[in-house]
Design a protein around this ligand. Structure first.
Ligand code: NAD
Ligand code: DAU
Length: 339
């Protein structure tokens, strides 16, 4: 068996840990090296079960650290990179943008430079539909939609995409970029809409809905995203971009009401609050390219997958209580009240 040495960055976060847990449970031809800085969003508890596998190694470190990245490439004979690591939360990028440009842009550049030096075989850059900006009532983002990011987060991701593609065109680094819509599922940090609304409902706290609540996001279950990433890793054409989405548009207020209904809580918990500055109105993905070229299609229906997600938070209270009483405590108490 030919084992592949694959550097996965940000593997202690929401999507990265789901990816590693999925990969290590389904195949043994990948030797996974996970590098993660363990910021507030990184949690090694997410990797229970994977951490003991012999084809898994963990390095605590920062992707912006050139020397460390060079050492890791050498020590583990890295041949492939999947770059999940990022500062990922739009609201935080509005409060302070510097770390977003440092990690998302400089960090990606450090990984690309090492990939160039070591002549690796594939570099998958995990990006987002937010790089396309905002849609009106109609239309979908295709891979040809011009980039028009509106937040410090999305502009840093757009810059990283451009850096990655420039390394393909200039140096022949075998880069592929994926752009996915909003993910939901187990292990998502409770600052994002769906887990935050579940947890606040359970704690009988207010559910803050930005603006008029009519902004639209296109939701995909995290495993569907990760299976698409696996396929792009295996068969995606270098120099190309692949959109990933499950065609499940929902207004924010409808998601919030659905969560309250499932948990048998009153709509009185909903509180309309000041809108997010620069709030993108609507995202919607055309994923026909990855469906037609690579044969991917989403497997999870929103109705059952959101129930599965809510159940996960109900059954894993210890996981999120440790977060809201730990690294997230000051921010959480300040935003949503103590006790
Ligand atoms: P997350 O915030 O849950 O996890 C990010 C991980 O990266 C954390 O474990 C963190 O510790 C690590 N990290 C941050 N800075 C680092 C650094 N400098 N060096 C090493 N590790 C560092 O994010 P997520 O939601 O899992 O998103 C993962 C990727 O997917 C990101 O690139 C994001 O832009 C992209 N994405 C996310 C979504 C979504 O809905 N969450 C949708 C599309 C694309
Ligand atoms: O589209 C992909 C992107 O999805 C990813 O690239 C980002 O990493 C990820 O964070 C997510 O970005 P969003 O800004 O869309 O996700 P968030 O969960 O922060 O918000 C979803 C929607 O809900 C958005 O319209 C803002 C709104 N919202 C969010 C929060 C946290 C509220 O109304 N109230 C809230 O408290």
């Amino acid at each position: 068996m030919n084992t592949k040495n694959i550097l996965i960055t940000g593997g202690a976060g929401f999507i990265g840990s789901n990816f590693i847990n999925y990969i290590l449970s389904s195949r043994d031809d990948w030797n996974v090296i996970n590098i993660d800085k363990l910021t507030y969003a990184g949690n090694l508890e997410n990797l229970k079960g994977s951490e003991k596998k012999k084809n898994y190694s963990f390095v605590k470190g920062d992707i912006t650290n050139n020397e460390l990245i060079d050492y890791v490439f050498k020590k583990f004979s890295i041949r492939y990179v999947i770059n999940f690591a990022a500062e990922s939360h739009v609201d935080r990028s509005i409060l302070g943008s510097e770390v977003f440009y440092r990690t998302n842009v400089i960090g990606t550049n450090v990984l690309l430079e090492a990939s160039r030096r070591y002549g690796i075989e594939k570099f998958v850059q995990i990006s987002t539909d937010e790089v396309y900006g905002s849609l009106g009532a109609d239309g979908l983002f295709t891979e040809q939609t011009p980039l028009s990011p509106n937040s410090p987060y999305s502009s840093s991701k757009a810059a990283a995409d451009m850096a990655a593609l420039s390394f393909y065109h200039t140096y022949g680094v075998p880069v592929v970029v994926t752009r996915c819509s909003n993910n939901y599922g187990p292990l998502q940090f409770p600052e994002k809409l769906i887990p935050l609304m579940i947890i606040n409902s359970l704690n009988n706290k207010k559910l803050p809905v930005y603006g008029d609540g009519l902004n639209v996001r296109d939701w995909i279950y995290v495993t569907d995203h990760n299976k698409a990433v696996e396929l792009v890793f295996e068969n995606g054409k270098t120099g190309e971009v692949y959109n990933i989405g499950a065609s499940r548009e929902m207004k924010n207020i409808d998601i919030v009401k659905l969560i309250l209904s499932k948990l048998d809580k009153s709509f009185n918990l909903i509180e309309y609050v000041k809108d997010r500055p620069g709030h993108d109105r609507r995202y919607a993905i055309d994923s026909s390219k990855i469906q037609n070229e690579l044969g991917w299609k989403p497997e999870y229906e929103f109705e059952s997958a959101i129930e599965k997600t809510i159940d996960w938070y109900l059954n894993n209270k210890n996981w999120w209580e440790r977060i809201i009483n730990g690294s997230y405590k000051d921010y959480y108490d300040q935003q949503y009240g103590k006790g």
